[in-house]
Ligand binder design. Structure first.
Ligand code: NDP
Ligand code: 2IT
Length: 448
């Protein structure tokens, strides 16, 4: 029998060889594999049945052409993706990202993370992710609709309420989900829950819009409680100003924290008296403008060009809610020097491995994305449940279930970390707990 380290080394070598030029995918896989040494020691059957080699290989990867016509009558071509990563515990589930940086490696990293995140929710959902290198910025509603209809005209073949259920992610919100769902329904004549994050008038769940951000704060609250702390009076910095960031800020404020900075990909605003969230919602959700416009409404706030600078703002809580690898080692060191107490990941993989090491070496409480941002997909699964039952729960009912789920994920993650000798290390706890359920289901289902 090979030593666990060697098994992991072999799998990693294979991943790099099979998936060249996909650094984000390598990064996500390595972090999970590195956590699994003690699991492999306890479970030789995982090695005998090659579970690790199987779990890092997506079940299916779809790449397709998305042609559409812009407002000037020009034909545009984008590339569409859907990676159906793992269906051991349920139908593929995960969002769609529309951003010019999207490529197969990014979708694969997100699908891989999603598999373990979805497992942690305790709900029956497998892992998948998709998207396109289409850039929604500056496009008219008509262009967005054209693109979404073309995207769905291909994707519809591969999805379904019990097959694969997409949702939003960067660049895909209520407007895009509406156009995508409309086209799906038109082609298939099926009115069922093939998307989550739908509008409330056509099968969406109350509290789904708020769920990722609220869930992050419920998770943080539970963790801080464990250390005799609370959110009250804490200063928070939240990167991004999209769906996750806005509702993380809203719940942080409700729980008594002072949110002093938010950003977009151009720069960040600093408002020492506390960010006025109504203004942010108006600028971002209604007008779709840049965050620097905030200063026109609140002249005493500062605007700084460059999104990375947000991590130089002194805070107790740093909540990265924009994108992958947005906190590097240098930013982590600045946060630590400024006395940060906890870092809660709302975005997927927002901290580089070097940054995570800086936080953990300096005893900063650190919540990994696949645990602390699981509230979004968990509430998506609640939307699927409501659609199947043909009924709708109230906001309070969904929110209470979301809170229960986040508290349970925190407890399970910290408990599993302790059980495997990594007390306080939620990265290890989340990776191990997420992996165990998927691996167990794969073992039970044979070599498939
Ligand atoms: P949105 O598109 O609503 O918002 C994204 C925000 O992040 C915007 O403010 C955007 O700025 C900023 N951003 C995006 N890319 C970059 C970049 N390369 N550099 C700096 N800033 C950037 O997306 P969401 O809020 O839905 O998603 C944010 C993160 O949360 C992502 O990592 C996503 O995968 C993750 N997530 C989302 C969930 C959901 O339910 N929506 C669930 C769990 C995780 P700009 O407008 O300038 O591009
Ligand atoms: O990364 C994520 O968990 C999401 N973008 C949400 C996925 C979903 O299916 O709700």
């Amino acid at each position: 029998m090979k030593a666990p380290e060697q098994v992991i080394g072999d799998v990693m070598e294979q991943v790099i060889k099979r998936n060249p030029n996909e650094p984000e995918f390598h990064q996500a896989v390595l972090e999970v594999l590195e956590s699994l040494t003690p699991v492999i020691e306890r479970h030789p059957e995982f090695v005998e049945t090659n579970i690790l080699h199987r779990i890092v290989e997506p079940e299916r990867q779809l790449i397709f052409r998305v042609p559409w016509v812009d407002d000037n009558g020009r034909v545009q071509v984008n590339r569409g993706f859907r990676v159906q990563f793992n269906s051991a515990i349920g139908p593929y589930k995960g969002g769609l990202r529309f951003h010019p940086s999207v490529n197969l490696g990014i979708i694969k990293f997100l699908g891989f993370e999603q598999t373990f995140k979805n497992s942690l929710t305790g709900l029956p959902i497998g892992g998948g992710k998709g998207g396109s290198d289409f850039d929604p910025k500056g496009k008219s509603d008509n262009e967005i609709m054209s693109f979404c209809q073309s995207f769905m005209t291909e994707l519809y073949r591969y999805v379904g309420a019990d097959v694969d259920v997409p949702a939003g992610d960067i660049g895909v919100g209520a407007r895009e989900v509406g156009y995508l769902y409309g086209q799906y329904k038109r082609i298939t004549t099926l009115y069922h829950g093939v998307f989550t994050g739908k509008g409330i008038s056509y099968g969406g769940s109350l509290a789904r819009k708020e769920a990722t951000g609220y869930g992050l704060l419920y998770f943080l609250e539970e963790m801080l409680k464990d250390y005799g702390q609370s959110l009250k009076g804490k200063t928070a910095v939240i990167s991004g100003s999209g769906n996750v960031a806005i509702y993380a800020a809203e719940k942080a404020q409700q729980l008594g924290a002072l949110v002093v900075a938010m950003s977009d990909s151009n720069g960040y605003i600093y408002d020492p008296d506390g960010i006025k969230l109504d203004t942010i919602k108006q600028i971002k959700e209604v007008e779709r403008k840049r965050i620097k416009v905030y200063r026109e409404h609140h002249p005493s706030a500062q605007y700084h060009e460059g999104s990375k600078g947000i991590w130089t703002v002194k805070c107790d809580l740093a909540l990265p809610c924009a994108t992958q690898n947005e906190i590097d080692e240098e930013s982590a060191r600045i946060l630590v020097a400024n006395g940060v107490m906890a870092v809660g990941e709302g975005a997927n993989m927002p901290s580089t491995p070097e940054a995570i090491k800086v936080f953990q070496d300096n005893k900063v409480l650190f919540t990994p994305a696949k645990a602390s941002n699981a509230g979004g997909v968990a509430t998506s699964a609640l939307e699927m449940t409501q659609n199947s039952m043909r009924l709708a729960w109230t906001f309070e009912e969904v929110d209470a279930k979301l809170k229960d789920i986040m508290v349970r994920i925190y407890r399970q993650t910290s408990q599993v970390a302790k059980e495997y000798g990594f007390e306080g290390d939620l990265v290890k706890g989340a990776n191990i707990a997420g992996f165990l359920k998927v691996a167990d289901a794969m073992m039970a289902q044979g070599i498939v």
